[in-house]
Design a protein around this ligand. Sequence first.
Ligand code: AMP
Ligand code: GLY
Length: 427
Amino acid sequence: MSDSVLLVGGGGREHAIARALADAELYACASNRNPGIASIAADFETLDETDASSVVEYAESVDASLAVIGPEAALQAGVVDALEDAGIYAFGPRQADARIETDKAFQREFMAEHDITGTPAFATFEARDPAAAYVESVDGDVAVKPRGLTGGKGVRVTGDQLSKPEAAAYIRESDYEEWVIEERLVGEEFTVQAFVANGDVRVTPAVQDHKRAYEGDEGPNTGGMGSYSDARFALPFMTDAEYDAAVDIIEETVDALEDYRGILYGQFMLTTEGPKVVEFNARFGDPEAMNTLPILETDFLDVLRAARDGEPLPDLAFAAQATVCKYAVPAGYPTDPEAGARVALDEASVGDGLLFYASVDERDDSIFTTTSRSFAVVGVADTIAAAEDIAADALSDVDEGFHVRHDIGTDELVQSRIEHMAELRGE
Ligand code: AMP
Ligand code: GLY
């Protein structure tokens, strides 16, 4: 029987998912009309993707027999649970399991309770004042995190972005009530995403994202400005054994979660003591999905069907290719983004690169920016350097209303990661 697949979400990550499902009968819904997804899908409905009943109504209207949920906000809103109640299998965790991402206090307490390898020291607080006082009194640098979702923009790290008194002031002046304060981890960050269902875990190559807005890792945190992966599973600054140690942590966590399904995304800090967990996410990374899905040779639809049908997940095959992804974001992003600029780029103008539309909106035959990341280009090649060349060429015509971190994936930046790890290891 053929399946109708519903895709929920309208960002770059979801455009990458749509491409991976281009041979399926695909339907899509999101709050913005993403022209890349709309060009692949049989139909595109504009709706609030956190409104579970609207999503279910649309899923039923297109006879969906499978669904894939991209954004964390939809998971938090219980879209998976609502689809399941309507008899539609959704690849994504139920609301309670998605707390591994959506509730950072739950995440750390769960990890501690199950003695998950690589859990940093942490403390949780239900009010600002005791959280701030703790930051002032505890020894060593800390990461301060609002308990709930903040689009990657709520965390502050002392000794890196600000001093401890500034972090305490940040907490006291913030609108967030509840906090997690944890040991600052030092090293190089990387992501490993895994497909999870029926107790099976199928991992994907490691990716390094770049959260800071400006070149040289300066400026405020963002949702992620771009990312790269190597032609092997590990990254240039890590050993295969270190990659495997991260995979072990993901497997340990899936075992502890028991009935988890969907993507489990591990954000790790490679420290001199091995990988430690910066956080877990309950969905593909954005941008990381754009590194991973273009080189996935296994049919994503086969993975979804196996997950739904209670079968073992197929082994995943990946092309042995490196990838470099660079986002173009509105000028002023993330603090003061200018929305409403026209996006002139299309697939014909990015050369050998792949174009992924993100938080843009298609109206009246034109594509306009919103206040979030606009579009990304991805180069795929034998080496990171060659992939970077493709991505850089693809962006050569991007005009002034946009900002790009041109340093992502360059030899210079990759080499600085290798040197940073060597220095920490005392080599
Ligand atoms: P999150 O929203 O949890 O992804 O955190 C955003 C960013 O803050 C991460 O990608 C890290 O760069 C940084 N971060 C979070 N937790 C820690 C930690 N314990 N130590 C050092 N950096 C951290
Ligand atoms: N790239 C970071 C995220 O998707 O959360």
